[in-house]
Design a protein. Sequence first.
Length: 361
Amino acid sequence: MGKRIINFNPGPCALPLPILEKAAAEFTDYAGTGMSIMEISHRSKQFQAVVDESVALLKELLGVPDNYKIMFLGGGASTQFYFVPMNYLNGGTADYVNTGAWSKKAIKEAKLFGTVNVAATSEESTFKFIPKQADLKLTADAKYFHYTSNNTIYGTEYHYVPQVKAPLICDMSSDIMSFAFDVSKFALIYAGAQKNLGPAGVTVVIARDDFIEAGSDKIPTMVQYRTHAKENSLYNTPPCVNIYMLKLFMEWVKKEGGLKAMEARTKAKADLLYGAIDEMGSLYKGHAEKDSRSNMNVTFNLTGGEEQEKKFIEEATKAGFGGSKGHRSVGGVRISMYNATSPDDIKKFVAFMKEFYSKNK
């Protein structure tokens, strides 16, 4: 096998090597079936077990209450941008917070089905901060309140759960499984797997039973959450391989110590990298305000401008660090530190940053 890089890509994310090796070993013959997981029927007892085990692991790791259902859907988190308002807006008003590209896209889709009140925004600052609870301008009779917990492009993250009377909905695609939180505060959570749960291709939806039933039944069958909840994500052929890979990833998380261990791991990585940025502030300048910094996606620029940033990224690539280029909206450098990225990986990158600093300060 060739040498693997330290992968900082923002999504699809790095995957733990042990699960890649396990998947490779089982690829041509899954569970003694003589078939690949790509080939077996989604109606088979073997695949039913994959779904059941994936649900059980997510419930255990996240502490999902019994009155919630977990669904595995296709189409990515972007599909949920219209699933949510199609089920719940029905010509009414919903509150959204605009903190970046993904929340903007969700707002755009919601406007097709009703009125959107932008309860707060950080757009004028180029999305450098997360609005505080006191900044929220809420609608008295909102159908729901929607926010994006982590913003991969701009490197900001909520470090609180908004307190609202309306049903709380969160796009938790890029920081789920990195910190402990109370699922019971939410009516619905959705997350594309390709950041912190597995490979691209499956979206996890966690929704409260009564909220599922409150969704519209005047919309296509495939768009109703009740359809997928009732059929245990097997109403139609689901993204089978991706669910299987998610199961392997959740087994790895459990083996590593579960959510508390992932939270400690996340904090250790963030402290290392932000500590280096602040220590060498004459060269590295973070994009996000300090109290809004993302623990998943660290964004920063170099004081020498674009040419220096290009040099930094080129040298980082040669040193074995992949995916460090920032999004075109921000430029600079973006280091994505999802669960499979270890604190040792970040220590090595910080050592590279210090070496670059010594030559370019």
